[in-house]
Design a protein around this ligand. Structure first.
Ligand code: PMP
Length: 424
């Protein structure tokens, strides 16, 4: 099916065939959900051994009684786990509570209210802004929106953010004070940044506002599917460029053990960590060290963590293959959409023809298949071309995913034809 070269009688014919198919599907009264990137129950079971693992022994290897208060930076063994995940020195890591998003929120607050490393607090600027590679992660954008920090879209490419656009924005506006990055298996495009992108990001600190920070949200650092994909180190790159203060790195075990019941990590320079701790110490006496010890005992060494992630991959692989094969079968050699083939992470990003995404999502919803709302992958929920749809295949069982994808491809075809006929 090629829309651009189709005659109008051909389009009319397709429209009635596809509408008939769509009506038949609607009669099945499906109730399927491809919205959020949640692990499936099978994946969660992989970590059930956490329960009871301490068996009455609450002392960490360094003698800390984890049942008691204290230790804002987290247990040493938990910091080591974070250091392994982020591939940074342990002394540069804080191990915190259950959510990296919370840590990112606090980091943005620190920059906004107090400023990092002695720099001007962002709230004292006229119009502080973050660069937002798009499509991106909606919850990053919500943090900025809630605090009234402006957002400037920059396009994502197959190798990371469009660095010409990033550099141009920063050179043209000294009130750009941050950039959101999901550098490995990006949410939602699945892209991993290449070496040139990482190097150019590391150089931004040389000419950006001194308070500028890269929010390096490495949420999918170890979430490879079939083969391990290498992300060039941002820490090393910033050290080579004398911009070590320009980056804050984040990770968590949310999609490693139990989602929302794991550990979160932040890694940064001494000066940045000092700023962050100053803000956090007014807020908490310390993190849940009992859970930190549980995680540390559960994994023991990094090789066990890698093996654990391979078990996740075995569950996820067939689901990602299902999405790819449905998209390939329906849209290879058509002009109906483009998509990525991620090598890890939790999402597949699909671009419809311009002006069709909201219609696809509505058609799918009416047929009983929930998709992430149109525009969600853009700041303020506004996709300027109405094209991007984030598919999250992890949660439903394979059979349901396959059915949901059949509905999805049908809705893409129907919306594309209707758009071309001026029916949308
Ligand atoms: N960052 C990204 C890019 C994510 O996709 C997610 C989960 N969807 C998070 C952060 C949230 O992580 P946490 O559970 O550690 O808050």
């Amino acid at each position: 099916m090629r829309i651009d070269s189709a005659r109008s009688d051909q389009l009319q014919e397709w429209e009635s065939e596809l509408s008939a198919q769509y009506q038949r599907i609607c009669q099945h009264e499906l109730s399927l959900d491809l919205t959020r990137g949640k692990p499936s129950a099978d994946q969660l079971h992989l970590s059930d051994g956490l329960d009871g693992i301490l068996n009455g022994d609450y002392r960490a290897a360094d003698g800390t009684d984890t049942r008691n208060y204290g230790g804002l930076e987290g247990l040493q063994c938990a910091r080591e786990l974070g250091a392994d995940i982020l591939q940074v020195p342990t002394e540069e890591v804080m191990a915190a509570g259950n959510s990296s998003l919370t840590l990112m929120y606090h980091a943005v607050l620190t920059g906004y209210l107090f400023g990092f490393a002695g720099n001007t607090p962002w709230r004292e600027m006229k119009s502080p802004k973050f660069l937002c590679p798009v499509p991106g992660y909606d919850r990053h954008f919500s943090i900025c929106e809630q605090l009234g920090i402006g957002m400037v879209n920059v396009p994502m490419t197959a190798t990371g953010p469009d660095m010409d656009a990033v550099e141009e924005q920063i050179r043209g506006d000294s009130e750009i004070i941050g950039i959101w990055c999901v550098p490995k298996f990006s949410n939602p495009t699945g892209v991993t940044y290449d070496k040139e992108t990482v190097d150019r990001l590391a150089q931004l600190g040389q000419f950006a506002n001194p308070g500028f920070r890269i929010f390096w949200d490495n949420a999918y650092a170890i979430h490879d599917l079939e083969h391990q994909v290498n992300l060039p180190g941002i820490r090393e790159a910033t050290h080579e460029n004398d911009t070590g203060d320009s980056v804050l790195q984040f990770a968590s075990t949310s999609k490693v053990t139990h989602a929302g019941a794991g550990l979160a990590f932040v890694s940064a320079s001494e000066a940045n960590l000092a700023s962050l701790k100053k803000q956090m110490q007014a807020m908490t006496i310390g993190p849940d060290k009992v859970n930190q010890l549980r995680h540390s005992r559960f994994f023991g060494e990094f090789t066990l963590l890698r093996e654990h992630m391979q078990k996740h991959a075995q569950i996820l692989n067939p689901k990602f293959e299902c999405v790819q094969s449905q998209l390939e079968k329906a849209f290879a050699d058509t002009d109906l959409g483009t998509w990525e083939e991620p090598k890890g992470g939790y999402f597949v990003s699909f671009n419809t023809r311009p002006g069709c995404a909201a219609a696809v999502i509505q058609l799918a919803a009416d047929a009983g298949v929930k998709l992430t709302p149109a525009g969600a992958t853009f700041p303020y929920g506004k996709d300027p071309e109405d094209r991007n749809i984030r598919i999250a295949p992890s949660f439903p069982p394979l059979e349901e995913l396959d059915t949901a994808m059949s509905v999805f491809v049908l809705c893409v075809k129907l919306a594309s034809v209707r758009k071309q006929l001026g029916m949308l």
